[in-house]
Design a protein around this ligand. Structure first.
Ligand SMILES: Nc1ncnc2c1ncn2[C@@H]1O[C@H](COP(=O)(O)OP(=O)(O)OP(=O)(O)O)[C@@H](O)[C@H]1O
Length: 271
C-alpha cells in the first residue's frame, strides 16, 4: 500500500534559545488537504513551531519538508514561493488602505516588490492582480468590502480579510495563528464556516487556536504540545480523552475528572 506524501513534515525538530529548550524532538505530518490543529497550553511552543515553519527561526536540529523540499534553511520569502502563507493573530493589514489594496499588496510574491505598488497603474500585471483580488474577495463572500478602508471595518471582518490576505499569495499550506482571538461567539461561528470554505478550495490548513469549539468544528486532527514536546497526534474527536492532554491542561489531580470541563474562550480547557 502506498501512502500519499504529506504536504508538510517536521522531523525531529528541536529549538533552543540560549540554554532553554523550547522545542524538543518534535515530529508530525500534515497531509495534503488536511485541516489540522496545533494546540497546547500557554507557552507550549505553538508559536515557535509556526516561526520555525515560516522561517522566522531556524531549528537547531531536525528537518522541515514542504511538498518534498527541505525548507529549514531557506529564507521566509523562498518558503512563500514554495506555497507557504501565514495569517497573524495581531492583524497585519495596512489600516489606511482599502481592502482590495491590502489584498493586492499581498500578491507581491508574484510581482516585483513593494516598490511596484507605489506606481501600480503603470505595471503590466496591475489589472490582472486587481481582477484576481476581486475574484478572491468574491469567492470568499466579502467582496462588498472591497473598496472600504480597513480601519473603518468591524474587527470580525478585519480578521476575515487578514485570512484572505494570506490567501492572496495562492498558498498550498496556510498557517492560521489564533484566528478566533478577540472574536465573540457569533463572529467565531462565522469565521469557522469561512475557514471551512477556504479548506474546500484545496488549501491545507494548520491552525493554532485556543478555542476548542472552533478546533472541533474545523479540524479533523490535532497535534498537542506541552513544554515543547509532542504529547498527542491524532483525531480531534478523541483529544479530550487523552490522559496526557488532560494533565497538560488541567494538572495531574484533574486528569481523571476533567471530562466535565466546558469550552471557554481564553480559558485553556480542552474537554
Ligand atoms: N525568542 C525567544 N527567546 C527566548 N524564549 C522564547 C522565545 N520565543 C519563545 N520563547 C519561549 O518559548 C516558550 C514557548 O513559547 P511560544 O510562544 O512558542 O508558546 P505558545 O504555545 O505559542 O504560547 P501561547 O499559547 O501563550 O501563545 C515560552 O516559554 C517562551 O517564553
Amino acid at each position: 500500500m502506498t501512502t500519499a506524501a504529506p504536504l508538510l513534515s517536521l522531523q525531529n525538530v528541536s529549538k533552543r534559545f540560549g540554554g532553554l529548550s523550547v522545542i524538543t524532538d518534535v515530529s508530525f505530518e500534515v497531509a495534503k488537504g488536511a485541516r489540522m490543529a496545533l494546540i497546547g497550553p500557554n507557552g507550549a511552543g505553538k508559536t515557535t513551531i509556526f516561526n520555525l515553519i515560516s522561517g522566522f527561526y531556524r531549528p537547531d536540529e531536525g528537518q522541515i519538508v514542504l511538498d518534498g523540499v527541505p525548507i529549514q534553511q531557506l529564507p521566509s520569502r523562498k518558503r512563500v514561493g514554495l506555497g507557504l502563507s501565514r495569517s497573524f493573530q495581531n492583524i497585519r493589514l495596512m489600516p489606511h488602505l482599502s481592502v482590495i489594496e491590502n489584498i493586492m499588496l499581498a500578491q507581491q510574491p508574484h510581482a516585483g516588490g513593494l516598490l511596484d505598488m507605489v506606481k501600480p497603474i503603470a505595471l503590466p500585471g496591475f489589472r490582472r492582480w486587481q481582477r484576481e483580488a476581486e475574484e478572491l474577495l468574491d469567492a470568499m463572500g466579502i467582496d462588498t468590502y472591497a473598496g472600504d478602508v480597513v480601519a473603518t471595518l468591524p474587527y470580525g471582518v478585519r480578521k476575515k480579510i487578514e485570512v484572505v490576505r494570506a490567501l492572496a499569495a495562492k498558498p498550498k499550506l496556510l498557517l492560521l495563528d489564533e484566528p478566533a482571538a478577540g472574536l465573540n461567539a457569533a463572529e467565531t461561528e462565522g469565521l469557522t464556516d469561512f475557514l471551512k470554505r477556504i479548506a474546500l478550495t484545496g488549501v491545507t490548513l494548520l491552525v493554532v487556536e485556543h478555542d476548542m469549539g472552533l478546533v472541533r468544528k474545523l479540524c479533523d486532527d490535532a497535534v498537542v504540545l506541552n513544554f515543547g514536546a509532542k504529547i498527542y497526534d491524532g483525531p480531534t474527536a478523541t483529544v479530550q480523552d487523552n490522559p496526557l492532554v488532560l494533565e497538560a491542561y488541567l494538572g495531574p489531580r484533574h486528569s481523571k475528572t476533567a471530562s466535565g470541563a466546558s469550552d471557554q474562550k481564553g480559558a485553556h480547557h480542552v474537554a
